[in-house]
Structure formats: structure tokens, C-alpha cells
Design a protein around this ligand. Structure first.
Ligand SMILES: Nc1nc2c(c(=O)[nH]1)N[C@H]1C(S)=C(S)[C@@H](COP(=O)(O)OP(=O)(O)OC[C@H]3O[C@@H](n4cnc5c(=O)[nH]c(N)nc54)[C@H](O)[C@@H]3O)O[C@H]1N2
Ligand SMILES: Nc1nc2c(c(=O)[nH]1)N[C@H]1C(S)=C(S)[C@@H](COP(=O)(O)OP(=O)(O)OC[C@H]3O[C@@H](n4cnc5c(=O)[nH]c(N)nc54)[C@H](O)[C@@H]3O)O[C@H]1N2
Ligand SMILES: [Mo]
Length: 768
């Protein structure tokens, strides 16, 4: 495949013709046009499957409840291309390793179980029974259950995840590293500490009532396109949308709705953000602190004048604790530090504060720009502090909204995919199944990789995902995986992780969410939970490519049965009828009583949110203000002065995490390439560099390891000085495994201290 590389700034609104064009291109490119269109028609409707694209909620109102990038995810999964034994005979693992991630994914679906043959360096077919027996043999030969890591990526259904965690705990471990550890961990932990529940407090229709929506560190135009509909509708009825984003992102500026054809004729329509701030990377906590400082000043002026203050006094008195300590910290934070860290002026922050104050109902949303820093928990909690001061919780049109990534990542946690499970959950498993689950905390993703590097891990099983490419410090992550006794990947497509096998390795091909899942009792549906705690059923419609693919639930059951036998639980019977699994979920997970009956409700059911009902499951029984100081420096471990630049690693428009659909990033004007580096034009000229120059990027870290990627082309962009941006996963070799968030273990993918130098080999790049 040949791509034309060019940089050409994008002028139109996000969405629009470009979006439709790209969508249909993806649909019609693949071989089964009719089937693919039929698939799209079913996405996110009351009957049909849940879009595997993202975790945004569904309104079930529009005819096509899908977006361009959801359409890509669906058609990419529903491709008729596949790779079989012949393919693996042709290519050795070493040869495949040389290929790009794009090439690997593009080969199509995996259709039969495969075992790595170390002597020939090829994958070869193996029967399902032999594969399960091999896994069981490895697990049984471990000297303790913690020598196993059970990774989960956030697409797995509630049913598969619940069965998986039960298998792990019955086998004796809480080693459940997952993609969430690299994603919204700070949201979960921060919210839990502040308001007692680690989830967002709003429902999708709250967007219809908000007067102001503050969007922090998030690129919905690419990653949650359906969110643009909510933002656009809010903006149209006069709500203020205030964006804090390090980069100028087109989707946050203007959006025309591709599902309202009239709008497509007016490419400049659809303003989204009323104000757009570009803080420095990691500067959001300081920005919110600045807003609170300004608001506190107004509050005190009013009080001193004998008027009512602007804070929600009654709410604060009844439902919160710790405000005085927090306000003392706000007083102690000076404007100089605030403006220096946030990169925003006092005037800008006072303006943001005024917009906030004028709104009766405020929603704050955020994603990876907030959660992938060292001080992410403190930042999440700072946003909560602001909302608590104004009682913006539990009323219509107001609240907290971490916008999740993978389509069922929130459901995975609800089902117990958690390396630090709560005692109440373990008690309920213990009582229901009459066994003693392990009580000690297990490994998160970074800890799992560290344990592998120490040669402690015998068995690694991945329920989806692509850990080798998703995790930081790529060479060390790959080495870690190769040190396992057995690596098992339950996958739909070929990916990097398959090519760094442990001593032994298996690839187990699974059905995707778009496909029919027939088990002993007939056709099955699964369930998922979105960002708004709505749980609903999802049933695939496409015919599977091959009868040697199995559902995730059936694979997990097969592994469990082979390893633990069916004395305590008849695993295969559960996999034969997912209703039986849902009955067990109803008995062991709060909020799921009458689960099977509730699934019949079109659109699903709401799990509820205690904090939104003023019930705070914290130690104090109230919502806790957090009184954290701003970080002393944004990079304490190496000293900020040493690093001339801070790099964030982010997604392009044509990718789904480590899956690369194409080489364009339309809204940022990048075409036919991915190895680009966004930089402020003045930083470029100061260094005597120009647009299109190739540079090498090197991490400045404290362990003497050289972390470097080469040949990234400079693209001048609207970004703060000293900040850079480049795509993940190509830049993952730069993120040190030892650099993770305080209290989260999340790699600091949005703040990597780096330097850049002109590289030796120049390629021509056309700048239009
Ligand atoms: N099409 C598509 N959809 C997806 C995904 C995908 O890869 N492709 N991935 C899914 C997953 S797992 C997730 S977690 C989400 C990710 O959704 P996002 O969080 O939107 O993903 P990123 O591309 O990492 O973008 C981070 C955004 O935050 C900004 N940012 C970075 N650092 C900072 C900062 O310090 N402060 C501020 N204010 N802004 C900052 C960046 O400029 C960028 O706009 O999307 C999900 N949906
Ligand atoms: N530098 C940097 N690193 C990051 C991030 C970043 O912003 N910057 N983001 C982080 C984030 S937010 C996340 S969530 C992680 C993502 O980490 P992962 O979830 O591990 O990665 P994905 O790329 O989403 O996984 C894709 C693979 O999942 C498999 N797959 C797809 N669909 C299915 C399915 O239905 N079932 C099964 N069993 N397998 C399936 C396919 O084989 C595919 O290759 O990456 C993290 N890593
Ligand atoms: Mo994510």
C-alpha cells in the first residue's frame, strides 16, 4: 500500500462531509458491503450490538447511532480478510516482527488456535483441547498462584470478565492488570477518595440541561465523536462550553453533524467551544486552582459586603468535609505559581471562573489529558473540589463525567477486574461459592511487567488487548513478556504482543462483538456498561468467519475447566448459557438484582450512582475536599530544568489505540504518515529547525537507560511553547516504566521529559 505524505491544515468543521466520506470509504473498501452496512445499522440501537468503539452513551433516538470512528471499528472487525495456517507457514515470527502495526492488523482476523513453535519460529495450528490442556499444565506447575498475570482489555463483556475474575480468584490470585491501569485509574481512585464512588455522576441527558460544560484534556472529535452531538446541541441552546486542551483540536472548535445533511452545506457552522484555553501539559490542576482562587475572592468580597457568598453553603455544610483546609491551601498558592504551571494568565483564569460562576448547572468532563500525569489523582480531585464548592453534584444538568475509553472498561471494573478488590466483594464471592478468595492485592499493569522482568511470572493470559504495544518502555515491556513461561493471547487480530512470545505461546481466536454467538442453549447476548453507568445488552449479527473461533466467555470457561475441573463450578455449563452467568452476577455484584429480567428493557438499566444521590461511601460519610498542594515541579524526579521539552503521546484520527486503521490524522492536517512531532513554530525556529525537518526524540530520565526514537518530522502547530505531541504507540519506547502517576501506577504518557536533535537521515515532506 502506498501513501502520499503531506501536511495540509484542515479548514472545515469536524464531522461534515469529510466524516461521511471517510466512513463510507471504510465500509465500501472491505469486501462485504451489504453485511457491513447492515452491521452499522444495528450499532447502539435498542436491539443490536454495542459499538466496540468507545464508552459514550446511547440515546437510541437517531437513525444511525454511529460515528465515523465507530464505523471504522465495526467494519475493521467485520472484515472478511483472515489469516490461517498458510499465512503463519509463510511468515516466521521474526519476519512478522519487522512489519508495522498497521500491516499486522490489516492481515485480517485470526481463525484458528495457534501455538508457537520455538524450533521453527512459526505459529502452528493446535486444537482447542490441546491448547486448554497446555495452559492447565503450565498453571498447575506454578509454585504459587501469584506467578500468573491475567490481563484484560476493556472490550471484554461483563459476562466474560466476571467469569475471568472468578477463575483467577479460584486459582488464588488478584493479579488482574488491565488497560484501565494505563487509562482512567486516576479518575476511579480520585473520585472514590473524594465522593465514595469511582464513576461519573451524570447521565447522558444531563448534557441537555447544563448551562456550562468544562471539557478538560480530551479530544472528542476523534475519540468520542458521539459526544460532539451532545456538545453541539448544548452550544446551540446557549450553554457555554469551555475547553482546556494543550492542543487546538478541531472537533472542540467546530462541528457539523454528519447525520443532519443540511448542516453539511455550511462548512463553517457549528461552533462548539465558547472559550478555548491551552494550558501547558500537566497544568490543569494549577488552572482549576486559579479559578477557585478567583472565585474565593469574589465569595469573600460578597461576604464582607454583608451579602450572600457564591459558594453552595448549605450543600457544603450538609454533604462535605475538609473545605477549610482546602481553602487554606488555595490561599497559600500564589498566582505566580498558578500562571507558571498552567501556562495561562491570571486574566484568562478569572474569565473562566466568571463563566463557571454564571452557570447554574455545570458539567466537568475529562479524559487522558488529565489522567496520564504524575499528579493525576490530585488533578481529578481539584476538579471535584471546584464542583463541590458550588454543589454541582446530584442535580440535573450538573456533575462529574470522566469519559471512559474502551467500550466496556467501566463494566470490567464493576465485574471485579480489579487488582485491589474490596472486602465486601470478596466476601460475597466467598459466601456464594463457598471458597476463600485471595485477600492480598495483586499486580497492576506496571507491577505485572516488573514482576515479569524479575522472572517471577510463569503464565500470562490476556483477555484481549495488545500489551506489548500499549504499555510503556517498549523494549523492556517486550523483554518482560518474553520472560514468561507461557503467554496466551485471546485475540481477534494479529498484533505486536503475539510476536514477543514467552517461552511457549498461544493465540486463541475469538469472536468479536459484532458477530453471532451461538452456544449450547442457543444464540447468546452479552452486556456492557457505558460511561454513564447504563448497562445494556448487545447481540452480534454477523456470521462468524469460521467455526474454529470461540466466544471470549467460552474460551475463559475452557481454560477454567481444564485448570480447575468442574467440582465447584461447571464452567462449560455457564458458557453454554450466559443467563446462568448473569444469575451469578446478580448474586455477587451490587446493583444487578434481577439482571436477566432487566436486560429485556430496551436501552438497558441504570446502575445508579450513590454520590449523585448524596450518599457518600467515604470514610467520613461525606464528600471529601482534597487539600493537596500543587506539585513542586511538574517533573520532580529529574528536575524540570533539565528537560527542554515535555512530550505528550496521543491518538491520531485513524487509529484505535494500538490498532492503526490508516495513516491520516485529518483534523490535524496530517496525511499518509504517523512519525510526526507537533511543535510550537517559535521553538522550532529558535533551534534553527524548520517544518518537515526530521528529528530524534530522546527521553531525559534518571536511570541511565537510553530511550530514543528517530526520524520524526516537525509539524508546526498551535501548542504551548516547550510542549510537544506525537502519536502513540510509536512513542511508547520513550515512556519510562518507572514513571507513573502517584497512587495510580498509570504511565505518565502525557508528560515525558525529552530533548530533540536533528536526525541524520532526512526524508522529504511536502508542506502545503
Ligand atoms: N477513534 C478512537 N476512539 C477512541 C480511542 C482511539 O484510540 N480511537 N481510544 C479509546 C480510549 S481507550 C480512550 S482512553 C479514549 C481516549 O480519549 P482522549 O483522552 O481524547 O485521547 P488522547 O488522544 O490521548 O487525547 C488526549 C487529549 O488531551 C489533550 N491533552 C494532553 N495532555 C493534556 C494536559 O496536560 N492538559 C490538557 N488540558 N489537555 C491535554 C491532548 O491535546 C488531546 O486532545 O478514547 C477512546 N476512544
Ligand atoms: N504512550 C501511550 N500509551 C498508552 C496510551 C497513551 O495515550 N499513550 N493510552 C493507554 C490507554 S488509555 C489504553 S486503554 C491502553 C490500551 O491498551 P489495550 O487495551 O491493551 O490495547 P488495544 O490497542 O485497545 O488492543 C487491541 C487488540 O485487542 C484485540 N481485540 C480487539 N477486539 C477484541 C475483542 O472483541 N476481543 C478480544 N479478546 N480481543 C480484541 C485485537 O487483537 C487488537 O490487536 O493503552 C495505553 N497506552
Ligand atoms: Mo483508555
Amino acid at each position: 500500500m502506498k501513501f502520499k505524505s503531506q501536511i495540509k491544515p484542515y479548514q472545515s468543521a469536524a464531522g461534515g462531509w469529510g466524516s461521511l466520506e471517510a466512513t463510507t470509504r471504510f465500509v465500501f473498501d472491505s469486501k462485504q458491503v451489504i453485511k457491513n452496512l447492515r452491521n452499522l445499522m444495528h450499532v447502539n440501537k435498542a436491539k443490536g450490538f454495542d459499538c466496540p468503539g468507545c464508552a459514550w452513551g446511547d440515546d437510541n433516538k437517531s437513525t444511525f447511532s454511529f460515528c465515523e470512528n465507530g464505523a471504522k471499528a465495526v467494519t475493521w472487525e467485520a472484515t472478511r480478510r483472515y489469516i490461517d495456517a498458510d499465512f503463519f507457514k509463510r511468515y516466521s515470527v521474526t519476519q512478522l516482527y519487522q512489519q508495522s502495526d498497521y500491516f499486522l492488523e490489516y492481515q485480517g482476523r485470526i481463525v484458528e488456535p495457534l501455538r508457537y513453535n520455538r524450533t521453527t519460529d512459526h505459529y502452528e495450528p493446535i486444537s482447542w483441547d490441546d491448547a486448554f490442556a497446555l495452559i492447565a499444565r503450565h498453571i498447575k506447575s506454578m509454585s504459587n498462584p501469584h506467578q500468573m498475570e491475567l490481563y484484560t482489555s476493556g472490550r471484554a463483556s461483563n459476562e466474560a470478565s466476571w467469569l475471568y475474575q472468578l477463575f483467577g480468584r479460584m486459582a488464588g490470585t488478584n493479579n488482574f492488570p488491565d488497560c484501565s491501569n494505563m487509562c482512567h485509574e486516576a479518575s476511579g481512585t480520585g473520585l472514590k477518595n473524594s465522593i465514595g464512588v469511582g464513576k461519573g455522576t451524570i447521565l447522558l441527558n444531563d448534557f441537555e440541561q447544563a448551562d456550562a460544560i468544562f471539557v478538560f484534556g480530551q479530544n472528542p472529535g476523534t475519540n468520542h465523536p458521539r459526544m460532539l452531538h451532545s456538545l453541539r446541541n448544548a452550544a446551540d441552546r446557549g450553554a457555554r462550553i469551555v475547553t482546556f486542551n494543550t492542543l487546538r483540536e478541531r472537533g472542540l472548535e467546530r462541528f457539523s453533524d454528519p447525520q443532519k445533511p443540511v448542516e453539511l452545506l455550511t462548512p463553517l457552522s457549528g461552533a462548539i467551544s465558547s472559550t478555548y484555553y491551552q494550558p501547558r501539559l500537566g497544568g490543569d490542576m494549577a488552572a482549576v486552582r486559579g479559578m477557585v482562587k478567583a472565585l474565593l475572592e469574589i465569595h469573600r468580597l460578597r461576604i464582607n459586603a454583608g451579602e450572600e457568598g457564591i459558594f453552595a453553603q448549605a450543600f457544603i455544610a450538609e454533604h462535605t468535609q475538609g473545605m477549610d483546609d482546602y481553602l487554606a491551601v488555595v490561599d497559600a498558592t500564589d498566582w505566580h505559581t498558578i500562571t507558571q504551571q498552567s501556562g495561562l494568565s491570571e486574566q484568562q483564569l478569572r474569565h473562566a471562573a466568571t463563566v463557571y460562576q454564571q452557570a447554574e448547572r455545570v458539567i466537568c468532563t475529562w479524559a487522558m489529558g488529565i489522567t496520564q500525569h504524575k499528579h493525576s489523582i490530585d488533578t481529578v480531585r481539584e476538579i471535584v473540589n471546584l464542583q463541590l464548592l458550588f454543589g454541582q453534584l446530584g442535580k440535573p444538568g450538573a456533575g462529574l463525567c470522566p469519559v471512559r475509553g474502551h467500550s466496556n472498561v467501566q463494566g470490567n471494573r464493576t465485574m471485579g477486574i480489579d487488582e485491589k478488590p474490596g472486602a465486601a466483594f470478596l466476601d460475597s464471592l466467598a459466601a456464594h461459592f463457598n471458597f476463600s478468595p485471595p485477600r492480598e492485592a495483586g499486580h497492576n499493569t506496571v507491577q505485572a511487567l516488573e514482576a515479569m522482568l524479575r522472572n517471577e511470572i510463569k503464565v500470562f493470559i490476556a483477555l484481549g488487548g495488545n500489551l506489548a504495544a500499549a504499555a510503556p518502555d517498549s523494549p523492556r515491556t517486550e523483554m518482560a513478556l518474553q520472560r514468561c513461561g507461557l503467554t496466551v493471547q485471546i485475540s481477534t487480530k494479529l498484533n505486536r504482543t503475539h510476536l514477543v512470545p514467552g517461552n511457549e505461546a498461544l493465540i486463541l481466536p475469538t469472536l468479536g462483538r459484532t458477530e453471532e454467538d451461538i452456544q449450547a442453549s442457543g444464540a447468546q447476548f452479552i452486556t456492557v456498561e457505558d460511561s454513564f453507568s447504563m448497562v445494556h445488552a448487545s447481540q452480534g449479527v454477523g456470521k462468524p468467519l469460521s467455526d474454529t473461533q470461540r466466544s471470549e466467555t467460552a474460551i475463559v470457561a475452557g481454560i477454567a475447566q481444564a485448570t480447575l475441573g468442574n467440582e465447584k463450578i461447571d464452567w462449560l455449563a455457564l458458557a453454554g448459557d450466559y443467563n446462568l452467568i448473569r444469575d451469578h452476577i446478580a448474586a455477587t455484584i451490587p446493583g444487578f438484582a434481577d439482571f436477566n429480567q432487566k436486560c429485556e428493557h430496551p436501552g438497558g438499566f441504570w446502575l445508579g450512582n450513590a454520590a449523585a444521590q448524596y450518599c457518600f461511601n467515604t470514610d467520613s460519610g461525606k464528600a471529601n475536599f482534597s487539600a493537596a498542594s500543587l506539585p513542586a515541579s511538574l517533573f520532580p524526579s529529574i528536575g524540570q530544568n533539565e528537560a527542554p521539552f515535555t512530550l505528550q503521546t496521543l491518538r491520531s484520527h485513524d487509529q484505535y489505540n494500538t490498532t492503526i486503521y490508516g495513516l491520516d490524522d485529518r483534523y490535524r492536517g496530517v496525511y499518509g504518515q504517523r512519525e510526526v512531532l507537533f511543535i510550537h513554530p517559535d521553538d522550532m525556529t529558535d533551534m534553527g529547525l524548520k517544518a518537515g525537518d526530521s528529528v530524534d526524540i530522546e527521553t531525559l530520565w534518571n536511570d541511565g537507560i537510553i530511550r530514543k526514537v528517530e526520524g520524526f518530522k516537525l509539524v508546526p502547530y498551535a501548542i504551548p511553547r516547550g510542549n510537544l505531541a506525537a502519536y502513540y504507540p510509536e512513542t511508547n519506547p520513550l515512556v519510562p516504566l518507572t514513571s507513573y502517576g502517584d497512587g495510580t501506577g498509570t504511565p505518565t504518557s502525557k508528560s515525558v521529559p525529552v530533548k530533540i536533535t536533528l536526525s541524520q537521515n532526512h526524508d522529504d515532506l511536502r508542506i502545503v
